[in-house]
Ligand binder design. Structure first.
Ligand SMILES: Nc1ncnc2c1ncn2[C@@H]1O[C@H](COP(=O)(O)OP(=O)(O)OP(=O)(O)O)[C@@H](O)[C@H]1O
Length: 497
C-alpha cells in the first residue's frame, strides 16, 4: 500500500495472533487529516484488535505504524494518548464520582500542563466544552450527574483537551437515543473540520454512510476491500464483508398466534415499570420500543425475577412463579440481558459451559455430564449463529464482543424457553447474524413460543414483530399491531409525557 505523505496515520503489515487464531494478517490503513475512515467487518473480523494495537492496549506481532510521518510504537494506552491517539469505547470509561474537570484531565500528563497555570488549563477545557455544547455544566459537577450521552461527549472533550490527532470510535452509538446520535454526529463533524483523523467502527451501514468518507473492510483478519463510500453500494460492501450475497436482511417465518402464555397485570417495580399490563400469546413476537430510560429493561428484569416487584402479578400459563430467575427459568422463561458483561455470561468459563448451563441435565447421566455430547451440541449452536472461535472450549473472554453476544443468544435458544425475553439482542452484531437471529425468532414463534423483543432500532422491530408496544416514563403507553404504527408515531408516543 502506498502511504500518502499527508497521512496523519498509517498502519501497514499489521499482523497479530492469539494462539492458533490469526486475528490480523498483514493489514494496512491510512488516515488523512479531516477524514472519517469506516472500519467494517463481521464479528471477530479483527476491527477491535486493530484499534487496540493503534491505541496501545496490545502490541502487534509485526508491522509498522507512523503518526504524522514519525514512527509510532506506543508502550501502553497512556503513551498512545500522549502521542495523540484517543479511543472512545462502547462502554464509557468516565469516572462517575470525579468532577467534570478531573475527568477531562484523566489520562493527560500533568507535566504537559506544568508550565501553564491553572487558568490557561481551564480555558482549554472550556473551549473544548463550548465546542461540544457542554459548556452549560460547571467544571465541578460530578460526572455521574451527566446523562450517558453527555458523558460520552466528555470523553471526546478529553481527546480535544489532550490535543489528539486521531480519535477512534468503537460502536459509539450503541446506547444512545436517536437525538443523542445526531448530537454525536455533529461533534464528529466538528472534529473532522478541525482536521483530526477519525476511525469509525459500526455495524450500521446507514450510520457509516452518513458520516464516513472512506472504508476498509476486514474479513477473517484480512483487508478484503477499501475505497470511497460514494463509489460502493450496500450490496457490494455486505458481499465483501461476508464473502457472499446476503439472502435477506429480514427473513420472515410464517407463524400463528395460539393460547395466552404470559399475563402481566399492573406490574410495578421499585421505580420502573409503572402499572404495566400486557398479555403475550404463544406464537407471538411482541416488540417494545422507547427511549433509553423508558423502563423497558426494568420491565424485562421484573418479568424475569431479577428486580423486586412492588405490586402487580406475573403469570405464565396461569401459574405465578416465585420472583427469582431460577423459578422463572423453571416456569419457561429465558432472557438475554442488555448487559452481557456483568450478568449475562461467565467470562472465564467455556463457550460450551455457558451455552448449556441452563439445561445441563440434558447431558448428564447419574450426575455426570457427558462432555462429548455437550460439546457437540455447543458446536451446532456455534455454527448456527456463526460464532467465530477456535473451539467450544475457548473461554468467553477470548471472543470478540459480537461473538459473546451470539453465545448469550444461543444459550437462551438452547434452553428451549417458552418465553424469550430479548433485551437489545442484536446490539453489536453483524448483518449476517442479525438476519439469522430474526429468522430464529420467527422459528420460535412458529414452534408456539413467544418472544418479547426490546430494541432501540426501529427498523428491526417493524420488520420482525407482530405487535409493538411503546414505553415512556416507566409506563406502557400504547400497544398496537405493527402495521398500525409508523416510525414517526412510535417516536411521538416515546417522547410523550
Ligand atoms: N485476547 C484474546 N485471546 C484470544 N483470541 C482473541 C483475543 N482477542 C481477540 N481474539 C480473537 O481475535 C479475532 C478478532 O477479534 P476482534 O475483537 O478484533 O473482532 P471484531 O472485528 O472487533 O469483532 P466485533 O464486531 O464482534 O467487536 C476473534 O477471532 C477473537 O476471538
Amino acid at each position: 500500500m502506498s502511504i500518502s505523505t499527508s497521512s496523519i496515520l498509517s498502519m501497514s503489515g499489521i499482523t497479530k495472533r492469539f494462539g492458533a487464531t490469526i486475528a490480523l494478517d498483514d493489514v494496512a490503513i491510512d488516515v488523512q487529516p479531516g477524514q472519517v475512515l469506516a472500519l467494517i467487518g463481521e464479528n471477530g473480523a479483527g476491527k477491535s484488535t486493530l484499534m487496540r494495537i493503534l491505541s496501545g492496549s496490545i502490541k502487534p506481532d509485526s508491522g509498522q505504524m507512523c503518526l504524522e510521518q514519525q514512527a509510532y510504537e506506543p508502550a501502553d494506552p497512556h503513551s498512545a494518548r500522549l502521542a495523540g491517539v484517543s479511543m472512545i469505547y462502547q462502554e464509557l470509561t468516565i469516572a462517575p464520582d470525579l468532577s467534570l474537570e478531573d475527568n477531562l484531565m484523566l489520562g493527560c500528563e500533568s507535566s504537559r500542563f506544568g508550565l501553564l497555570d491553572r487558568k490557561a488549563q481551564r480555558e482549554r477545557m472550556q473551549e473544548a466544552l463550548r465546542l461540544l455544547g457542554l459548556d452549560q455544566f460547571p467544571l465541578t459537577i460530578p460526572a455521574r450527574l451527566l446523562s450517558p450521552a453527555s458523558q460520552q461527549l466528555v470523553e471526546i472533550a478529553r481527546a480535544l483537551v489532550n490535543q489528539s490527532k486521531i480519535v477512534i470510535f468503537d460502536e459509539p452509538t450503541s446506547s444512545l437515543t436517536s437525538e443523542d446520535v445526531q448530537q454525536l454526529f455533529k461533534v464528529i463533524r466538528i472534529l473532522k473540520e478541525r482536521g483530526l483523523g477519525l476511525v469509525y467502527i459500526s455495524h450500521f451501514l446507514e450510520e457509516i454512510r452518513e458520516l464516513c468518507d472512506d472504508y476498509v473492510i476486514l474479513r477473517d483478519g484480512q483487508s478484503v476491500g477499501a475505497g470511497k463510500l460514494d463509489e460502493a453500494s450496500d450490496d457490494q460492501i455486505v458481499h465483501l464483508m461476508i464473502g457472499r450475497e446476503l439472502d435477506e436482511l429480514f427473513p420472515t417465518v410464517p407463524h400463528e398466534q395460539g393460547e395466552l402464555l404470559v399475563d402481566l397485570t399492573n406490574l410495578t417495580g421499585s421505580e420502573k415499570p409503572v402499572d404495566v399490563s400486557l398479555q403475550i400469546r404463544r406464537g407471538e413476537i411482541v416488540g417494545l420500543a422507547g427511549l433509553v430510560g423508558a423502563g423497558r429493561t426494568e420491565l424485562a428484569r421484573c418479568l424475569y425475577g431479577l428486580d423486586p416487584v412492588k405490586s402487580g402479578t406475573v403469570k405464565i400459563e396461569e401459574i405465578q412463579p416465585a420472583p427469582n430467575p431460577r423459578a422463572r427459568i423453571r416456569a419457561g422463561m429465558g432472557m438475554v440481558s442488555e448487559d452481557r458483561k456483568t450478568e449475562g455470561l461467565a467470562q472465564n468459563r467455556s463457550i460450551a459451559d455457558n451455552l448449556t448451563l441452563s439445561r445441563l441435565e440434558d447431558y448428564a447421566r447419574f450426575g455426570v455430564v457427558n462432555l462429548t455430547s455437550q460439546k457437540k451440541s455447543a458446536r451446532e449452536w456455534m455454527n448456527r449463529l456463526n460464532v467465530k472461535a477456535e473451539s467450544p472450549e475457548q473461554t468467553i473472554q477470548a471472543l470478540s464482543g459480537g461473538n459473546q453476544q451470539k453465545v448469550a443468544i444461543a444459550r437462551v435458544l438452547h434452553q428451549q424457553a417458552d418465553l424469550l425475553i430479548l433485551d437489545e439482542p442484536t446490539r453489536g452484531i453483524d448483518v449476517r447474524t442479525k438476519s439469522e437471529i430474526y429468522r430464529l425468532m420467527g422459528e420460535c414463534a412458529a414452534q408456539g413460543k413467544a418472544v418479547l423483543f426490546i430494541s432501540s432500532y426501529l427498523p428491526e422491530l417493524q420488520a420482525v414483530c407482530d405487535r409493538i408496544g411503546v414505553m415512556a416514563r416507566g409506563r406502557l403507553k400504547e400497544i398496537r399491531p405493527t402495521e398500525e404504527w409508523t416510525a414517526a408515531e412510535i417516536m411521538r408516543v416515546a417522547i410523550s409525557k
